[in-house]
Structure formats: structure tokens, C-alpha cells
Design a protein around this ligand. Structure first.
Ligand code: GDG
Length: 503
């Protein structure tokens, strides 16, 4: 077992997220099984929940499950980070299918996602979707409260009456769950510390005020004791909204917010990746890209999402071939697009637009033994992904807006051989920290094409210098560091972190 914070955490931990760290599926024999989700968050948080014998509350990924369904234990050969999570540590939230549709595809993905990425024109403001969102958040809160009562009862029986459980809520699907949790805790005198982390950007007041129920979101977040965002800009946007919309007293320097005499602590906690895991994968993974005839690979990896800037990126690549034809037959753009939110209209349209663009550009520039764009619409294994990261000459990470962006970090972790170049958008959270990348405004197609040209010509010593600094930072600021920082800020780690008063 690695030396993560699980061993020194002093209070029981209850993690609440829209989805559980694995989804349930029926196998061919009709038996329920766990299917592992490979995200960095799961890799980091699951071992801590396992070590501190905590709980995880979330949706199973299946509708129409009986509410008394037994969560299967992990298969004995399962090597996934969640394998040690016992079924008794999992609390499934059951939600009616129609309500879930309005909550998830309607409000979360159709409204909050575009709005919080500062793309309000793409957002639908629908009252019934918001009502479903409220109700589903209440259901998550009720499950959390049941777990909390049990946890406190156990602590009391063990004589640990001074220990408060930690409830850690994740992301924009659960903005208002803490409102109910805090209210009931006050009514029933239940002790707990509430923490929230937002994985996407927090927009400016000008965008936030477009949302008709913005006050409810702000109050939902403020129902927590501690709130984390990826970067300082998002913290300041949130603090500003609380001041302007709710009239809260604020301390911007110390990032404190006073709500009716209670202090809420806000902090920038940039998420990291399991760096060593990606290094190991890159060291052992067999080649994935074959027969490239020494053609250098420019890589894009994203969920197929309009925030990721795929259309702009492909246009920039086309411009490169127009302006610098010497790259024809010497480079190829490998775009891996993971299908995402395929039921939402905006995502279907985007897929069609990209399919057409790629068809047109390949038709325009292809040679008998070379095509400018290789396109994979699907999901690679993590091992294949590591091989692709390792063997690419340039990573084009050019979102129009992104909370952090883990692909940029995973690419540098896997650059264990002759280093390539990272091109990064300043509109990703990562863009404010990975200073040695080539920063490019994705909206400026000519600028992006020229930056790509520069990356393809960059001398080895410059690439080495930039990459070694990028890698060093990600190695230190890895996912364990992020977990530790969050938990110590919550005062959950031995001998660590207590809240300062707002003075
Ligand atoms: C949200 C925020 C924030 C991608 N393709 C494959 C694959 N992936 C994995 C990557 C990476 C993850 O998906 C994508 O992470 P991102 O950070 O880029 O983006 P979101 O999914 O939008 O995540 C984001 C993040 O939360 C964490 O807080 O950084 O800003 O939007 O880990 O490796 N994995 C596999 N095959 C693929 O083809 N196995």
C-alpha cells in the first residue's frame, strides 16, 4: 500500500459524487458486476476511502435497480484501485429514470456545463430541469445524512465524541446537496465537516448572474465549511459572486466568506495526476502507433466536447498545411475523441461537424501513402493512451475553456524518451501553471498554426529544458499531493489544519 493520506486521516470520510467510482453492469449471465472507471480522481480517492474505511455515495450507472440491490464485491482478480472497496462502503443513490434525464442531461450537461464554461449561448434555462436538479440533489443529501447518522453513532459508541466525520462533495452535479445536509445537521444536531471541490471553472459574476437560480447555487456551496477550486481565478470569481449577489462580507486576501456569522474557507487546489503510474505505463506499453514511416505525430486527446476546442484545433492544423506545406507527408494529426454525452443535441451536432471537417481535409491533402488526420472516435486503454503520449512529437491541448485539463499533465508524465512539445491553451486551468509549454490562444487560428510550426522545429535542447521542468512540477504536484492538501485543509489529517477565524 502506498503512503497516501488514508493512513493518517483522523476522521471518517464520506465521499459524495454523481457517479460511484465504478459503474454496475449486467454480465451475459445476468449477474451484476462492477466496471472500473479509469479517471485520476478515482485512482486517488479510492485508496484513501479504502484505507480509512470510509464510504462512497453515488449513482450506479444503472436505472431500474431495486433499492435493496446488493452491490457486488470486486472480482478476486480485480486490480482496479477500487477493488478493495467493500460493498458495505458503497451507498448507491437510486433515481427515477425520467427525473435523472432532466437532472443530468437537462440541467447538468445542458445548462450548468456550458454556463460554467462561459458559453451561455449553448445553455438551456429550463425550470423543470432545475426542479429535477434540486430534487436529485436532495436525494443525494438524504443518502448522505443516513450514512452520517450511522457514522456518528459508531463514533459515539467508540467514545470518539470529539471526532466529526468529513463529507466531501464533488462537482457541479451536486451544487445544492449541502444545503439540505447542513439544514438537517443543524436540526438534528449532527456533527460533520462539509467540503466541496469543483472540477470545472467557476465563471465570473457577469456569467453567473445569467442563471435564474444563481443564489441557490451560491448558497449550496456556502453550506460547506471548505470549498476548493483548481485555480485562484475561480476562487476569486466565486468570492466576488457571493459578495455581489448575496451581500456576504468577504476577505479576498485570505479567501474567506462570512455567511450569517459562519466562515467559509476557499482555496485554490490544482488537481494533479498519478504521475508515477503514467511513467510506469509509458515504460512498459508496447507501441500503439505503427507504420508511420517516420511521420511525426501531433496528438489531440479529448472527450468529444465543444469546450475542448476541437474544431478550432483541426482548422489550425489545416492552416499549418496551407502555410507550411513542407509538413505535408512528414506529420499527422492523431485525434482521439472519446464519445461523451451522446444523448445531448449539442454533442451530436459537434460530432457531425468534426466528421465532415476531417473528411474534407483528408480529401484535400491526402497522398497515396499518407493522410493528414488519423481520427479515433472511441476510448483507448490507459496503456495504449500512455504509449500514444510517449510516442507523439507534439501534444495540442487547446480547449476554449477547461477547469484544469489532465491530458496536458499525462502527456508530460509519459515523455520518457526524446521529449516532444506541449502546446497549451491559457484558457485551461493548467495553462496558468505549466509555464514551459507553448501557450496559444485557440481562437487565433493563424497564431495556433504558427505555434505548431515552431513546435515542430524546436531544437532538442530547448525541448529537453522545457520538458524536464514541466515533468518535475507534475511529479511533485501529483494527485496524492492534491488529496493531502484537500484533507489537511479540511483539518482531516493528524496534527494538521484548523480553521482560522474571519478577523
Ligand atoms: C473534468 C474537467 C479537469 C481521455 N481519453 C481517453 C482517456 N481519457 C482520460 C484522460 C484524462 C481524462 O480522460 C480527461 O480529463 P480532462 O481533465 O482532460 O477532462 P474532463 O473529462 O473534462 O474532466 C477538467 C478534470 O475534471 C479533473 O478535475 O481537469 O478540466 O473538465 O484523465 O486520460 N482515458 C482512456 N482512454 C481514452 O481514450 N483510458
Amino acid at each position: 500500500m502506498r503512503g497516501g493520506p488514508g493512513g493518517i486521516i483522523t476522521a471518517p470520510l464520506i465521499v459524495v459524487s454523481n457517479r460511484l467510482p465504478f459503474v454496475l453492469t449486467y454480465n451475459k449471465a445476468g449477474i451484476l458486476e462492477r466496471k472500473h472507471s479509469a479517471g485520476g480522481l478515482v485512482t486517488a480517492v479510492a485508496p484513501v476511502v479504502i484505507e480509512c474505511k470510509g464510504l462512497w455515495i453515488g449513482w450506479t450507472g444503472l436505472h431500474n435497480l431495486n433499492s435493496d440491490v446488493k452491490i457486488p464485491e470486486a472480482n478476486p482478480n480485480d486490480k482496479a484501485p477500487t477493488a478493495g472497496l467493500l460493498s458495505k462502503q458503497i451507498i448507491p443513490v437510486h433515481i427515477d429514470e425520467n427525473k435523472f434525464e432532466d437532472y443530468y442531461n437537462g440541467c447538468c450537461n445542458g445548462t450548468l456545463w456550458p454556463l460554467f464554461h462561459s458559453m451561455p449561448d449553448r445553455a438551456d434555462f429550463d425550470t423543470s430541469n432545475w426542479e429535477a436538479y434540486r430534487e436529485v440533489n436532495k436525494e443525494f443529501a438524504e443518502c448522505t445524512l443516513t450514512a452520517l447518522r450511522e457514522t456518528i453513532k459508531k463514533l459515539d459508541e467508540e467514545g470518539k465524541t470529539d471526532v466529526s466525520p468529513i463529507v466531501w462533495i464533488h462537482d457541479y452535479q451536486l451544487f445544492v446537496a449541502a444545503t439540505t445536509i447542513r439544514q438537517v445537521c443543524e436540526e438534528e444536531n449532527l456533527r460533520c465537516k462539509l467540503g466541496f471541490f469543483l472540477h470545472i471553472p467557476f465563471p465570473s459574476w457577469d456569467i453567473m448572474r445569467l442563471f435564474p437560480w444563481d443564489d441557490e447555487i451560491l448558497l449550496g456551496i456556502l453550506a460547506c465549511d471548505f470549498v476548493g477550486f483548481h485555480i485562484e481565478d475561480y476562487c476569486l470569481n466565486f468570492i466576488d459572486c457571493c459578495s455581489r449577489r448575496l451581500g456576504c462580507r468577504i476577505d479576498r486576501n485570505n479567501m474567506l466568506i462570512d455567511l450569517a456569522g459562519r466562515t467559509v474557507h476557499v482555496k485554490a487546489l490544482p488537481i494533479g495526476i498519478p504521475f508515477e503510474r503514467f511513467v510506469q505505463l509509458a515504460e512498459s506499453a508496447p507501441e500503439f502507433i505503427k507504420d508511420t514511416n517516420k511521420v511525426r505525430v501531433i496528438l489531440g486527446v479529448d472527450r468529444l466536447d465543444y469546450t475542448k476546442g476541437l474544431v478550432h484545433r483541426i482548422r489550425a492544423f489545416e492552416r499549418l498545411l496551407e502555410k507550411h506545406p513542407e509538413h505535408i507527408e512528414t506529420v499527422t494529426l492523431l485525434q482521439i475523441s472519446v464519445p461523451s454525452r451522446t444523448c445531448v443535441r449539442e454533442y451530436k451536432q459537434l460530432k457531425e461537424e468534426i466528421d465532415q471537417m476531417i473528411g474534407r481535409i483528408n480529401g484535400r491533402f491526402s497522398k497515396p501513402n499518407w493522410a493528414p488526420i488519423r481520427y479515433i472516435y472511441g476510448c483507448l486503454s490507459q496503456e495504449q493512451l500512455a504509449a500514444v503520449y510517449r510516442d507523439s512529437a507534439v501534444a495540442l491541448v487547446t480547449p476554449l475553456r477547461d477547469g484544469m485539463n489532465l491530458v496536458a499533465k499525462e502527456f508530460v508524465a509519459c515523455q520518457i524518451n526524446e521529449p516532444g512539445v506541449l502546446i497549451l491553451s491559457p484558457f485551461a486551468g493548467a495553462g496558468g501553471m505549466m509555464h514551459e509549454a507553448l501557450l496559444v490562444n485557440p481562437y487565433e487560428i493563424d497564431g495556433a498554426a504558427e505555434t505548431l510550426h515552431r513546435a515542430l522545429q524546436m531544437p532538442l535542447d530547448e525541448r529537453e529544458l522545457r520538458m524536464s521542468q514541466l515533468r518535475h512540477r507534475e511529479q511533485v504536484m501529483n494527485i496524492d499531493h492534491w488529496m493531502n492538501s484537500f484533507l489537511s485543509s479540511m483539518g482531516a489529517l493528524a496534527g494538521d489544519g484548523h480553521f482560522d477565524p474571519l478577523e
